[in-house]
Write a protein that binds this ligand. Structure first.
Ligand code: CO
Ligand code: CO
Length: 350
């Protein structure tokens, strides 16, 4: 093994900078064309674009179910597994739920890649699951031309404690718990612009569970919550604003970015997913004319395993921020507010 060239797992990826999620309008359209089964126990289903499905078992318990998988975002197989697991479990936290257990979802080119690589991917995932307090208890694998990996995760929540994404109210403050830029940084890596420090920074954040943020949020009256992933800050925020029937105001200068994101964005390390987000979500955005195209792409950057985005009453914001800072979310910050009732428009100022 020692003389072999290290395998470049990211050669298999499409350069989306995130999961291979279908564009939202694509999936929405298909789902709308299918008959919707009615079941009053489905508390969160296809009716809202939320992070996970929620199914009521009884008055005090509901099951939360999500699945997420994608092609490699980094070359290190252990990190890829850990990131994919962190990302998949995140949707459980984004619903205010507690994860219970998970299953592996594996596609792997067994003829061209060593089993050792798959073992490392699975180990990264199982270590991360252990950190989340859950076990991975099986799964499904197929032979495929490119590796893909993720988890199906089951969680539990009290039906009254569900953190949906469609109850934001005017006057709320918007808090984001991780910095942005994983899509641009991973594209910069693939293009050979970014260095080991940039990789380490992005990997550190992508491997940070949203567990602490979610547990702290559980102590507060949060109006809406989602996690920022493939559709970027604008896509996931617009799910909140459109779902809640409100308008939001975001300030570019308040947004937290990882180091060098602007530099690489200016070198055109813009992932396809980020360009797609910009094109699709601009319909809901009123851009300040002073924002450059590079800045607009930065705001729309497709994230992998991003932070939680909270919409919280203004009088609670300071206390929530302080607790987040004290408990493993040092980058949490206010990025804007819910301005008024409306049809989902997001105003982005310089
Ligand atoms: Co999500
Ligand atoms: Co998801």
């Amino acid at each position: 093994m020692t003389n072999e060239q290290p395998v470049k797992l990211t050669h298999y990826s499409h350069g989306m900078g995130c999961g291979c999620k279908m564009r939202p309008q694509y999936l929405e359209k298909i789902l709308k064309s299918l008959p919707v089964p009615s079941d009053e126990r489905i508390l969160v289903g296809t009716g809202s674009s939320d992070d996970a499905a929620v199914y009521r078992i009884n008055d005090s318990q509901a099951v939360v179910q999500t699945i997420d998988f994608f092609t490699p975002i980094v070359d290190d197989p252990y990190d890829f597994g850990a990131i994919a697991a962190t990302n998949a479990i995140s949707d459980i936290y984004a619903m205010g739920a507690t994860p219970l257990f998970a299953l592996n979802v594996v596609a792997f080119p067994t003829k061209t890649l060593s089993q050792e690589i798959l073992k490392e991917i699975l180990k990264g995932a199982s270590d991360k699951a252990a950190e989340a307090g859950i076990a991975i208890v099986g799964g499904h694998s197929i032979d495929d031309n490119e590796p893909k990996f993720g988890l199906a995760v089951t969680g539990i929540v009290h039906p009254d404690k569900i953190l949906a994404n469609n109850h934001a109210l005017p006057g709320d403050v918007l808090i984001l718990t991780k910095p942005l830029g994983t899509g641009i940084l991973s594209t910069a890596l693939r293009k050979g612009f970014a260095g080991d420090d940039d990789l380490a920074e992005a990997v550190k954040w992508m491997k940070t569970l949203n567990r602490a943020a979610a547990e702290i949020a559980g102590e507060f009256e949060i109006h809406a919550c989602t996690d920022v992933t493939g559709f970027g800050l604008m896509g996931h925020l617009s799910e909140i604003t459109r779902g809640s029937g409100v308008e939001a105001e975001i300030s570019f200068t308040k947004l937290p970015f990882m180091p060098n994101v602007r530099k690489y964005a200016e070198m055109e390390a813009i992932p396809g997913g980020t360009r797609g987000n910009y094109e699709h979500y601009s319909a809901y955005i009123r851009w300040d004319e002073n924002l450059s195209q590079v800045e607009r792409y930065m705001i729309c950057d497709a994230q992998t395993s991003g932070g939680l985005l909270f919409s919280v009453p203004e009088n609670l914001a300071e206390n929530l921020l302080e607790k987040l800072h004290q408990n493993g979310c040092p980058a949490a910050c206010v990025i804007g507010k819910i301005h008024r009732k409306g049809e989902g428009v997001i105003r982005v100022s310089k």
